[in-house]
Design a protein around this ligand. Structure first.
Ligand code: BES
Ligand code: MN
Ligand code: ZN
Length: 467
């Protein structure tokens, strides 16, 4: 992706994108078909006279396009493009082309490393966007481009199948962030045993892949850190409370929380962000076996609370409980956000459109909400309250890991809240519906979306960095 001045040497161009306003396409713009399009929709024609390109795509703009609109329009364009060279021309006001560029890059993502006839190599396609102020635009795009790379990192991890992305492989991909200056520490099973993360270990004990906790530390400032926690269940069979076969293959995405955290860490490091952020992920595989935990088992969490494991398929909260407690004890963060594909119930509630959010702190939540809003990532707050909390009281332990049938996403959040210290601002994001979509979403094709990488990065830039 390159933002270039008019008149730059362009070489052969296969596709010419015009963001409205064109001289020679006036007949097209005046056509009935074009007038019926909604802003943001595209129209493509082949072999336009006077235009040195194989085909021409025109994007319809509203009267007032803003950055958000341009990102969406860009994604729509990016989705239709292969890796052909492209020239984009437009008479947009300044400061908008870089957002168009970001949208194009986000929308053009494909995960086809396992397809024989894959048409997209590792090389970024040759895309040029004409602008009267290429230097400024290119510099602005640099920051937006970091978020694209972080998002792609997260998406690749989520799309990777579980025979490839084992806990060990996941940890080694996170270790690669060291090259960018992130401190990465891998806690192995004997470390976790010594520390006392028995709830997390219980989830992974039926698997041949060893459980791990990975601590990623980006020290871009001296301040106490903001903490990001991710659920990293590399595959969730449900364990002994095994899931039905239909759709079980999707549970390869049950590590999306951890992937999102990794995507944010990568974005921060690429952007040399002047903020202090610690990302901690719990990597486990939930398998049935002779060694697996059983329904009815009671485990002692790191916090010291005993947990009655009524359903081994409610495993994410067991992992998070220990990782969150460890994080608070070791780092005393200024705030903590956990991301997890935690419940099917949140999909019943909000579908694939909105992330479900829970928080113990209105101001903290407000900051996140407006960052997500600016980045066009949908989030909707759900309630926490004592009346939901008592549903998970256990008769024989301090807490049980499932409630009854109703309000499943909320009782899961109430469970987590028991592992949050009272004075720590906390947000729980249940990303089960938004992290992986069965249909294309705004900025991504079917599959992993990378939801949250941009919102969290913006939150950090706006409120937790020195600049
Ligand atoms: N990983 C699942 C939640 C999930 C479901 C993620 C669908 C993405 C898509 C989680 O571990 C789980 O199994 N949750 C159970 C909880 C239940 C046993 C209380 C669920 O939602 O059914
Ligand atoms: Mn489960
Ligand atoms: Zn799960």
């Amino acid at each position: 992706m390159c933002l270039v001045a008019p008149g730059a040497d362009l070489g052969p161009i296969l596709t010419h994108i015009d963001v409205l306003t064109v001289r020679w396409l006036s007949h097209l713009i005046e056509s009935k078909k074009f007038s019926k399009l909604d802003p943001g929709e595209l129209m493509t024609t082949w072999g336009v006279r006077g235009v040195d390109a194989e085909r021409c795509t025109v994007v319809k703009l509203p009267d007032r396009a803003d950055a958000k609109f341009m990102r969406r329009a860009g994604a729509a364009v990016g989705k239709t493009l292969g890796d052909d060279p492209v020239l984009v021309e437009s008479t947009l006001g300044t400061g908008l082309r870089e957002h168009l560029a970001q949208g194009m890059a986000l929308g053009n993502y494909r995960f086809n490393r396992y397809k024989k006839e894959a048409n997209k190599g590792d090389k970024a396609p040759d895309w040029r966007i004409m602008t009267p102020s290429p230097k400024v635009a290119q510099r602005n795009f640099e920051a937006l481009g970091c978020a694209v790379e972080g998002t792609e990192f997260a998406r690749d991890l989520v799309n990777e199948p579980s025979n490839v992305l084992t806990t060990t492989e996941f940890a080694s991909r996170l270790l690669e962030l060291q090259e960018l200056g992130v401190e990465v520490e891998v806690l192995e099973e004997d470390d976790l045993e010594r520390i006392g993360m028995r709830a997390l270990l219980a989830v992974g004990q039926g698997s041949d892949s060893p459980s791990k906790v990975v601590v990623m530390n980006w020290k871009g400032s001296e301040s106490p850190p903001l903490a990001l926690i991710g659920k990293g269940v590399v595959f969730d069979t449900g364990g002994i409370s095994i899931k039905p076969a239909r759709g079980m293959e999707q549970m390869t995405m049950d590590m999306a929380g951890a992937a999102t955290v990794a995507g944010v860490m990568k974005t921060l490091a690429l952007g040399r962000t002047k903020a202090s952020v610690v990302g901690i992920v719990g990597l486990v595989e939930n398998m049935p076996s002779g060694r697996a935990q059983r329904p009815g088992d009671i485990v002692r969490s790191l916090k010291g609370d005993s947990i009655e494991v009524v359903n081994t398929d409610a495993e994410g909260r067991l992992v998070l409980a220990d990782v969150m407690w460890y994080c608070q004890r070791r780092f005393e963060p200024v705030g903590m956000i956990d991301l997890a594909t935690l419940t099917g119930a949140i999909i019943v509630s909000l579908g694939y459109e909105y992330c479900g959010a829970f928080s113990n702190d209105d101001k903290f939540y407000q900051r996140f909400q407006s960052a997500a809003e600016s980045e066009d990532e949908n989030v909707w707050r759900q309630p926490l309250s004592k009346s939901f909390d008592k549903i998970i009281d256990s008769t024989i332990a301090d807490v049980k890991n499932v409630g009854d049938r109703w309000a499943g996403a909320i009782t899961a959040a109430q469970f987590l809240k028991r592992f949050v210290k009272a004075d720590i601002p906390w947000i729980h994001l249940d990303i089960a519906g938004v992290a992986w979509t069965p249909k294309p979403s705004k900025f991504s094709p079917r599959g992993a979306s990378g939801w949250g990488v941009r919102a969290l990065t913006r939150l950090i830039n706006d409120h937790y960095s020195e600049r």
